[in-house]
Write a protein that binds this ligand. Structure first.
Ligand SMILES: [Zn+2]
Ligand SMILES: [Zn+2]
Ligand SMILES: [Zn+2]
Length: 118
């Protein structure tokens, strides 16, 4: 699946910038025992949806958050163990992932809320 980024200026990645992660006060990932200690500072995302500090009420909130340190994106893991991009993550141009369809409902939510182009 490929998704455009243009409408998603209202989202801030957990990353501070493209390639810099800062040490931050630990943030417990949702539905997870993991605490993330890297990302942007708390105030930076005030006006944005954020996977760490300002999560939107999207349909994947019940899933476990999983920080993909290799790709530096936040994922949500469905009950089948498949990781999908967190809807509040800054979307990369190529959003291809091994998907079993469990994020379709979140895509619909993002479209309805005009957070996706298509
Ligand atoms: Zn934030
Ligand atoms: Zn699934
Ligand atoms: Zn998916």
């Amino acid at each position: 699946m490929s998704v455009k980024t243009a409408e998603r200026k209202n989202v801030m990645s957990a990353k501070q910038t493209k390639d810099t992660l800062k040490d931050i006060d630990g943030v417990k990932l949702e539905n997870s025992e993991v605490t993330l200690h890297v990302g942007h500072e708390k105030g930076a995302c005030k006006e944005y949806w954020c996977t760490l500090h300002n999560r939107s009420p999207h349909p994947m909130r019940y899933m476990q958050q999983f920080w993909r340190s290799d790709r530096q994106i936040m994922e949500r893991v469905c009950s089948h163990g498949v990781g999908h991009p967190d809807p509040d993550e800054l979307i990369e141009k190529d959003w291809t992932h091994g998907c079993d369809g469990c994020c379709d409902v979140a895509m619909e939510y993002l479209r309805m809320n005009k957070r996706l182009d298509a």
